[in-house]
Design a binder for this molecule. Sequence first.
Ligand SMILES: NC(=O)c1ccc[n+]([C@@H]2O[C@H](COP(=O)([O-])OP(=O)(O)OC[C@H]3O[C@@H](n4cnc5c(N)ncnc54)[C@H](O)[C@@H]3O)[C@@H](O)[C@H]2O)c1
Length: 291
Amino acid sequence: MMNNLLKGKKGIIFGALNPDSIAWKVAVRAHEEGATVTLSNTPVAIRMGETNQLGEQINAEVIGADATNVEDLENLIKKSMEALGGKIDFILHSIGMSPNVRKGRHYSDLDYNYLDKTLDVSAVSFHKVLQVARKLDAINEWGSVIALSYVAAQRSFFGYNDMADAKALLESIARSFGYIYGRERNVRVNTISQSPTITTAGNGVKGFDRLLDFSERMSPLGNATGDECADYCITLFSDLTKKVTMQNLFHDGGFSNMGMSLRALEQYEKGLDKHCACDDEKPSADEHRYD
Ligand SMILES: NC(=O)c1ccc[n+]([C@@H]2O[C@H](COP(=O)([O-])OP(=O)(O)OC[C@H]3O[C@@H](n4cnc5c(N)ncnc54)[C@H](O)[C@@H]3O)[C@@H](O)[C@H]2O)c1
């Protein structure tokens, strides 16, 4: 549905790797709502992924940047202002990656160099984006910046590993920078805590299929899809939400306020005759004890 909610607005969208990416769906919706955007991803993701196809589809310049690299971000933001013909109105940070998850390191046996990387890519990069944008005075008054988060920032989730710590930091950065950017220039900074969603990053989470099913059964409205997340982002980029800032906004069908649902309980009861939900997979003793 097109409502011209972003008519004339300019944005930067990080993280559109392929059509499953949440950022891809946001870019398409932003374009439909009248915005012009630049797209950014790492040079290797641009080479291996489909970001350039999206650029052609929505007539957006694609500018490579490693979001952990301040010089890359300066170049990206300057080039975006040139390409778009002025200051930016909105930014989507849709970036996450954990080498510990990728390499199968258990949370009780983290590689700390990997942890540094997880935190830098998935959380500190958000601070870097905000700091560079502010120093370049790149965002218009009443602009809006969003990063994507997950409820593992507040609660423990099997298999989410060090990404939980990254998301907690990400949400904290939104509050701390939101205060400064709001007070000085009326710029909003929020995180959206999204349901589990089938994407390249999502599939990296251990037991993702079961998490998706559990979350669906627990949420009174069901899991929020990537397309629905894109719709929500559009409202937060629009002028209809000008006083929303420093928030972590749950977009999860109600999951985060549930304790137990009948649909989840019934499924749980079906498995009670088994000794343990892990029976079929024969986990190691350590995994069984700690996961
Ligand atoms: N999929 C889910 O279940 C889910 C749920 C809640 C929140 N999120 C969050 O949504 C965001 C987007 O993930 P997605 O699910 O669309 O997966 P995705 O794999 O499509 O997107 C992740 C993006 O991060 C990019 N990226 C990785 N390292 C980078 C770096 N150094 N610099 C710049 N970009 C880099 C990747 O190239 C990719 O485009 C992430 O923050 C993720 O944690 C996802």
